[in-house]
Design a protein around this ligand. Structure first.
Ligand code: SAH
Length: 345
């Protein structure tokens, strides 16, 4: 059955026309879905019973079922949502001073195989539809009775490997008649699928782009991220420069520091040489150790020396606050645990 949340307003108008309804019905339905956030067609009380029945016959409303919800001491909340096909995805809600940010998943599993990521080792099943992506925010707003102000595409999956649905989801998030989350409040993170970075730059949308870099050295980066064998750092940087030229937006480079791996001063030096003169920002993350993972968190002293080196050499860098570490909020951790221990509560 078609998912009614897969449609942005203009497409929903076409859908309504196709079932013999007036386009303004689409506006009403869109508002029920993304402003009132109702969970059933029966609650759409300004539609005729006949239309509500027609909608029920043709569309699924895509309510995500909360299978688990974990709350961190720092206020971070992690959801494991059940989908209609029996699969599960995870989504994280983070509270910042400036508002609430939701970290959405884009795929069930991930094909990228990054060695430090908890999603690796979980089989890839499929990409999410646009409706399944936006439903993560809708379900959290329903559950918490709140308004989400920011969305980051940093959950499970590679957004650029589900490009069309991610763009569609961004457009639905943006729609002022619905969730009304501005493009500047949306950030897309990629492991570095170079051709898609060019396409993303050409979209003319004001979203932020984050690149999971993790090393400025091809040998080290390839040992952490297999995608580097397909698109190496030089090709990646060329695409990043194109993005900055085209959009005039600052790129955020994610760099997870692992002890004795990518966190020495030589590594910092290579990073400075690579990023020198570029409109960018480096987001340092103390790497989260995953089960059976070989990477260890760099020490605080090590992290401070690394960031000082970058800042002293003209690269703006910050350390990402670790939110939700007590509830396994890092990429893939909850789903991985749930797959292994389905009865654990
Ligand atoms: N596939 C996309 C988005 C999902 S991962 C990407 O690679 O960017 C979101 C971010 O979490 C990425 O920067 C990723 O490198 C980082 N990440 C994954 N596992 C991590 C871990 N164990 N510790 C720290 N950061 C991690």
């Amino acid at each position: 059955m078609k998912n009614i949340k897969d449609y942005n307003l203009d497409d929903l108008k076409l859908e309504m026309q196709a079932i013999g309804e007036k386009p303004f019905r689409a506006e009403q339905i869109f508002k029920w879905l993304f402003v009132e956030k109702v969970k059933s067609f029966d609650e759409m009380t300004n539609l005729s019973l006949d239309l509500r029945n027609k909608l029920k016959e043709n569309y699924d409303i895509c309510n995500l079922e909360i299978e688990r919800k974990l709350e961190s001491k720092d206020g971070t909340k992690k959801y494991l949502f059940g989908l209609s096909d029996g699969n599960a995805i995870e989504t994280v809600l983070m509270q910042y001073k400036y508002g609430k940010t939701v970290c959405v998943s884009t795929q069930i599993g991930c094909k990228m195989g990054c060695k430090f990521c908890a999603s690796t080792g979980i089989p890839f099943i499929r990409s999410l539809t646009a409706g399944e992506i936006v439903s993560q925010v809708v379900a959290i707003e329903q559950d918490e009775n709140c308004k989400v102000s920011n969305v980051v595409f940093m959950g499970i999956g590679e957004p650029m490997d589900n490009f069309d649905n991610v763009l569609k989801a961004i457009a639905i998030f943006n729609n002022q008649k619905g969730l009304n989350i501005g493009a500047r409040h949306i950030s897309v993170s990629t492991s570095g699928i170079v051709p898609k970075i060019y396409e993303f730059a050409d979209q003319n949308i004001q979203c932020s782009l984050a690149i999971s870099l993790h090393s400025a050295n091809n040998e080290v980066r390839s040992s952490m991220m297999p995608v580097n064998n397909a698109y190496n750092i030089q090709e990646l940087m060329k695409a990043c420069r194109y993005y900055v030229e085209k959009t005039n937006r600052r790129i955020s480079f994610e760099y997870a520091l692992a002890k004795d791996n990518n966190s020495n001063l030589d590594d910092a030096k290579e990073l400075v040489n690579l990023l020198h003169g570029m409109l960018c920002h480096v987001n340092l993350i103390p790497i989260n150790k995953i089960e059976n993972g070989k990477f260890q968190k760099a020490s605080l002293d090590n992290i401070m020396k690394f960031i000082d080196y970058l800042n002293d050499h003209g690269i703006v860098a910050t350390i990402r606050r670790e939110l939700g570490s007590d509830i396994d909020a890092a990429c893939g951790q909850l789903r991985r645990k749930n797959l292994k221990q389905p009865s654990e509560e």
